[in-house]
Design a binder for this molecule. Structure first.
Ligand SMILES: Cc1ncc(COP(=O)(O)O)c(C=O)c1O
Length: 346
C-alpha cells in the first residue's frame, strides 16, 4: 500500500471548497465596437459562472430557503418549473447536498438544455408552451401537482423572495464595485424579475439616481404592467421566440418600486443583436442577452458622454446552438438582410 503523505495545509493555496464557491464575480466588459457613441456601454457576463448562467446565483439560495422553512428534509426531492438555467443552478447545489431534482420545462426549450439537465441526473418533464399558466398541462401546474402528490419541495423561483435576495447580496454589490459606483443606467432582462429586483434595490439604495431599466419581449406583459399597473389585453399576450425573458403573468419576485421603466425588444431585433455581438465583440450570448444589448444601446444613444450604461448577458449562445444558426434563424425569418454589415457567408 502506498503510504499516505501528510501535506501541511497551505493557507494560500487557491483550491475552492467546491464548485459553488467559484460562483459570482463575473467580468464586466466594455462594448466599444457594438456601440460607438459617447457614453460608455458595458456588459456583465454571467456565462462565466460555473453552470454558465446568472441562475447559478439563485440555485443554492432557493435550496437553503427550503431547508430553513423545513420544506426540504435530508435526501428529499425538489421540483421546479424552469426553462433550463435555474435547473442547472439547482442541480449543482442539489448534487452537492444529496437531493433529487425534477424539472418541468416548456417544449420550446432547446434540446441541449434538456440534455444538460439530464447530465446532472435531473429528471426532466417536457410540457406544452402554448397553454395558459392555469392549464393543468402547463409546466407550472405539473410542478405543483408533483409537489402536492409527492411532497416535493417546490422553490418556485417566480415567487420565492430568496431569488431577488440572492441578487441583492451578490450581483448588486459586484456591479457597484466593478463600476466604482459610477454606473448611471442598469439594463436587465426580466424573466422571474429576480435579477432586476435584487440588483435594482441594491443600486437604488446606493444611489437613487441610477436608472433601473427592465427589458421585455413583444407578447409579454411587463412593459404594459409597469405603465398601467394592469395586464395588457389578452390579444396582446402571445408566444415569442426569445428564451428566458418575458412572462404572461406578473411574478411575486418583481419589485416594481425599484424599476424605473421597461423597454420592449421584438424577436427579430433580439436575435439579430445576439449575432451582431458575436461578430463585433466576439461575445456569444443567449438571445436574452441580445435583447438586453439592443435595449442598452437605445439607452446609451439617448444619453451624454458622462453616462455609464451597463447591461446583463444572462448566459452563453452555446446553450442555444440548435436555434442560433443560419438554418433556424432563416426558417423563422430572423436573419439579417444580406447587405447588413456583420452578415457572413458560410
Ligand atoms: C437566459 C435567461 N435570461 C434571463 C433570465 C431572466 O432572469 P430573472 O429570472 O432573474 O428575471 C433568465 C431567467 O430565467 C434566463 O434563463
Amino acid at each position: 500500500m502506498v503510504p499516505r503523505v501528510e501535506h501541511e495545509y497551505d493557507p494560500v493555496m487557491e483550491i475552492h471548497e467546491n464548485i459553488l464557491a467559484t460562483m459570482g464575480n463575473t467580468p464586466m466588459v466594455r462594448l466599444q465596437r457594438f456601440f460607438t457613441g459617447e457614453a460608455i456601454l458595458a456588459a456583465k457576463l454571467e456565462a462565466f459562472n460555473p453552470g454558465s448562467s446568472v441562475k447559478d446565483r439563485i440555485g443554492s439560495a432557493l435550496i437553503a430557503a427550503g431547508e430553513a422553512e423545513g420544506l426540504l428534509k435530508p435526501g428529499g426531492t425538489i421540483v421546479e418549473p424552469t426553462s433550463g438555467n435555474t435547473g442547472v443552478g439547482l442541480a449543482m447545489a442539489a448534487c452537492l447536498k444529496g437531493y433529487r431534482l425534477i424539472c418541468t420545462v416548456p417544449d420550446k426549450v432547446p434540446v441541449e438544455k434538456i440534455a444538460l439537465l439530464k447530465a446532472f441526473g435531473v429528471k426532466v418533464i417536457v410540457c406544452p408552451t402554448d397553454v395558459a399558466p392555469e392549464d393543468p398541462r402547463s409546466y407550472y401546474k405539473v410542478a405543483e401537482r408533483i409537489r402536492d402528490e409527492d411532497g416535493a419541495y417546490l422553490p418556485y423561483q417566480y415567487h420565492n423572495q430568496a431569488n431577488p435576495m440572492a441578487h441583492y447580496r451578490t450581483t448588486g454589490p459586484e456591479i457597484w464595485r466593478q463600476t466604482d459606483g459610477a454606473i448611471t443606467h442598469w439594463v436587465v432582462g426580466m424573466g422571474t424579475g429576480g435579477t432586476i429586483s435584487g440588483t435594482g434595490r441594491f443600486l437604488k439604495e446606493k444611489n437613487p439616481d441610477i436608472q433601473i431599466i427592465g427589458v421585455d419581449t413583444e407578447g409579454s406583459v411587463y412593459r404594459h404592467y409597469k405603465e398601467h399597473r394592469a395586464l395588457p389585453p389578452a390579444d396582446k399576450i402571445h408566444p415569442y421566440l426569445v428564451d428566458g425573458i418575458g412572462e404572461d403573468f406578473v411574478p411575486g419576485c418583481v419589485w416594481w418600486d425599484y424599476i424605473d421603466r421597461v423597454i420592449t425588444i421584438d424577436d427579430r431585433t433580439g436575435y439579430q443583436t445576439t449575432m451582431e455581438l458575436a461578430r463585433t465583440e466576439g461575445i456569444f450570448c443567449g438571445s436574452s442577452g441580445g435583447c438586453a444589448a439592443a435595449a442598452a444601446r437605445q439607452v446609451a444613444s439617448s444619453v451624454g458622454a458622462e453616462a455609464l450604461v451597463v447591461c446583463l448577458f444572462p448566459d452563453s449562445g452555446e446553450r442555444y446552438l440548435s436555434k442560433l444558426n443560419d438554418q433556424w434563424l432563416g426558417e423563422k425569418g430572423l436573419l439579417e438582410d444580406p447587405e447588413t454589415p456583420g452578415q457572413r457567408e458560410t
